[in-house]
Design a protein around this ligand. Structure first.
Ligand SMILES: Cc1cc2nc3c(=O)[nH]c(=O)nc-3n(C[C@H](O)[C@H](O)[C@H](O)COP(=O)(O)OP(=O)(O)OC[C@H]3O[C@@H](n4cnc5c(N)ncnc54)[C@H](O)[C@@H]3O)c2cc1C
Length: 317
């Protein structure tokens, strides 16, 4: 390819990229009842990762399949620094309880709305009657099923009254001359805040892997999923594909899990049975360290993995 053709292709792909970024920039993707995420700025694209990994310039638009193979290799083998070459800046509007989990991710830069300087945002996240969840029995941190609708009606009504009362008290303190930094002290965790959040792609994927996971709280999961699917996926399609394949939709097997699979399949070969195997077969093949335990989270996790892989029959309801 001539120098001119290469230069023209690079210019064309830069124009297309700019148009794509402009179509996303400041577009608010709604989350929860009054939250949103939007793209403010982005540095880099899929090719920035490839460029960093090869430590060379002028790759342009050629070798797309090589680039895909390289990105997939890097992500599969947890090569991190090439993914740090791309950065994204978002504007987010999030209830404080969600934000408190969000800011635990230290590898980002944050500038947040100040309720010392300005009046608190006059919006708090509300819960529809059908959205109240029970405490999970198996996971002490998690939620279980939806609560009955009539109970949900009462809880939503109480929530509305509580939020209105707190808002009145806040306004009364402000009208009485109380400093904003002190007047805010009793605002609920449901109060929305806004922040600029800038992070490199490596740490963003780490955040998304943790917060899109089913163990994360539903509300922050909705934010992470929206960030990932609406913004990261179109901006970094090859990275996103690899991220789904090697992180989100992959199954991590420990040494103990592998041992269970080996014993399970060896026992099945001897007995002439085929998958999906029964739970009795799983128990017979379990890791020796789990046998004496009435409850073992690791055994439960192993059972779920094997069910997902089609090796074990699904549990009966
Ligand atoms: C489902 C779930 C439940 C959780 N429950 C709790 C809980 O009950 N209580 C609680 O307190 N937290 C809880 N957390 C928060 C969790 O422990 C982490 O603080 C949070 O997920 C941020 O992860 P991180 O440190 O890997 O991310 P980041 O802060 O973005 O860091 C990314 C990586 O950079 C490195 N790093 C960053 N800063 C440092 C540092 N100062 N020193 C060394 N290495 C560093 C680490 O390798 C780290 O993994 C929970 C998180 C999840 C996803």
């Amino acid at each position: 390819m001539s120098q001119e053709t290469l230069a023209s292709e690079i210019r064309q792909s830069a124009l297309e990229r700019n148009a794509q970024v402009e179509s996303l920039r400041w577009k608010k993707f709604s989350v929860l009842d009054d939250g949103f995420v939007c793209l403010v700025d982005v540095m880099g694209d899929d090719s920035s990762i490839v460029q960093a990994a090869r430590v060379s310039y002028g790759e342009g638009t050629k070798k797309v399949s090589d680039d895909r193979t390289l990105i997939r290799y890097l992500l599969r083998h947890r090569h991190t620094t090439p993914f740090e070459m791309a950065e994204i800046k978002f504007l987010v509007r999030v209830p404080m309880d969600c934000w408190r989990q969000w800011v635990r991710h230290r590898t980002a830069n944050i500038n947040e709305y100040s309720t010392r300087y300005s009046l608190a945002i006059a919006a708090a996240q509300t819960t529809d009657p059908g959205e109240w969840r029970t405490q999970a029995e198996s996971n002490r941190q998690g939620s279980g099923d939806a609560l009955p609708a009539d109970l949900g009606q009462r809880l939503t009504q109480e929530e509305a009254e509580l939020q209105a009362k707190i808002r009145d008290v806040y306004q009364s303190r402000i009208s009485s001359g109380v400093a904003r930094e002190q007047a805010r002290k009793d605002l609920p965790l449901a109060t929305y805040t806004e922040a600029y959040w800038k992070i490199d792609l490596h740490n963003l994927l780490h955040f998304l892997a943790l917060r899109m996971d089913s163990h994360a709280q539903l509300e922050i999961r909705q934010y992470a999923t929206t960030l990932g699917e609406q913004i990261v996926a179109p901006l970094f399609p090859i990275v996103w594909e690899a991220f789904l394949d090697y992180r989100m939709q992959s199954t991590f097997l420990t040494r103990l899990d592998s041992g269970v699979i080996q014993r399970l399949t060896a026992n099945a070969a001897a007995a002439g049975t085929a998958p999906p195997f029964s739970d009795d077969a799983f128990i017979a093949a379990q890791d020796p360290t789990w046998i004496a335990l009435n409850r073992s989270r690791e055994r439960d996790e192993c059972r779920s993995k094997l069910q997902r892989l089609g090796l074990l029959a699904q549990a009966q309801e």
